[in-house]
Design a protein around this ligand. Structure first.
Ligand code: F6R
Length: 239
C-alpha cells in the first residue's frame, strides 16, 4: 500500500485527478469504479476541467459506481445516479450507456445485485476503483463486521452513516435505511485501488488503516490484502 501525503483537499484532489487521467489518456479503454460523497468532488471537478479545457475525451471510459440507496429513483436529488450526473457525467463526453450504478428501485433486489456483479464481470472488471472511507472504516457501504469476501449485496446502513449522509437530504429521517453496495470481495477484484481521505474526521480511520492489522470490524483493512493500493491523504486526515 502506497501512502501519498497531500498538503490539503485541493492538492489531494489534483493528485487523484492526475492519477486517473494518466490511465484515461494511456489506455484505449478503461473501466473506472467510482465513489460518491464529499471526498471525490474536487477530483470530479478536475476531471471535468481536463475535458472542457484540455479536450481530454472520456469516450473510451466505462464506469461502475460502488453503491446506490434502496428506494430512491434515479432523479431523486439524494440518489447517487443524480450525484454522478450533477458532478461528472453531464459535463464530459462519456457515453451514458457506459455508466453503471446499481438500481435501487429494482423489484427484486437480490436479482439486481447478481445482475450488477455479472455486468462488472462480463465487461472485463474494474481497472481502478476510487474509494472514500467512512469514519468507521467502511468502504462502499460495507459496514464494520462485513466479511471480506462479500459480493454486491443489500445492506442496512449504520446509524453513523445515515447521520453522516443526512447533509444530502432534508434531514436524517429522509435518509434511506438500505443500500446496494459492491461487496468487499467485488472491490478487491479491482486491478488497482485509489483511496482518498480528507479532513480530521478521517484521521482515526487512516491511523487504523496504516497500523496494518486486518480486522473485520474495520472494513478498509481488507485492502491490506490487495497488491496495488494507493492512498492519498491530506494533512488533516493524516494527523
Ligand atoms: C460513497 C461510498 C462511501 C463514502 C464514504 C466517505 O459512494 O461508498 O463509502 O466514500 O462514506 O464519504 P465522504 O466522502 O462523504 O466522507
Amino acid at each position: 500500500m502506497e501512502i501519498i501525503a497531500a498538503a490539503n483537499y485541493e492538492e489531494m484532489s489534483q493528485m487523484a485527478a492526475t492519477f486517473l487521467m494518466h490511465k484515461v489518456c494511456n489506455a484505449r479503454k478503461v473501466t473506472l469504479g467510482l465513489a460518491t460523497g464529499g471526498t471525490p468532488l474536487g477530483t470530479y471537478r478536475r476531471l471535468v476541467k481536463y475535458h472542457q479545457v484540455e479536450g481530454i475525451s472520456f469516450q473510451g471510459v466505462q464506469t461502475f459506481n460502488l453503491d446506490e440507496y434502496v428506494g430512491l429513483g434515479k432523479m431523486h436529488p439524494g440518489s447517487y445516479h443524480s450525484y454522478m450526473e450533477t458532478h461528472l457525467f453531464r459535463w464530459i463526453d462519456i457515453d451514458p450507456c457506459q455508466t453503471h450504478l446499481p438500481n435501487g428501485e429494482a423489484v427484486d433486489l437480490k436479482l439486481e445485485c447478481a445482475r450488477y456483479e455479472e455486468l462488472i464481470r462480463s465487461r472485463g472488471g474494474i481497472d481502478i476503483q476510487v474509494l472514500g472511507i467512512g469514519s468507521n472504516g467502511h468502504i462502499g457501504f460495507n459496514e464494520p463486521g462485513t466479511p471480506f469476501d462479500t459480493r454486491t449485496h443489500v445492506v442496512a446502513l449504520a446509524d453513523s452513516t445515515r447521520r453522516a449522509n443526512a447533509r444530502y437530504f432534508s434531514g436524517e429521517t429522509d435518509v434511506p435505511y438500505q443500500a446496494i453496495t459492491m461487496g468487499i470481495g467485488t472491490i478487491l477484484d479491482s486491478r488497482q485501488i485509489l483511496l482518498l481521505a480528507s479532513g480530521i474526521g478521517k484521521a482515526a480511520a487512516i491511523r487504523h488503516l496504516i497500523e496494518g492489522n486486518k480486522d473485520r470490524q474495520f472494513p478498509a483493512s481488507a485492502l491490506l490484502d490487495h497488491p496495488d493500493v494507493t492512498v492519498i491523504v491530506d494533512q488533516s486526515a493524516s494527523n
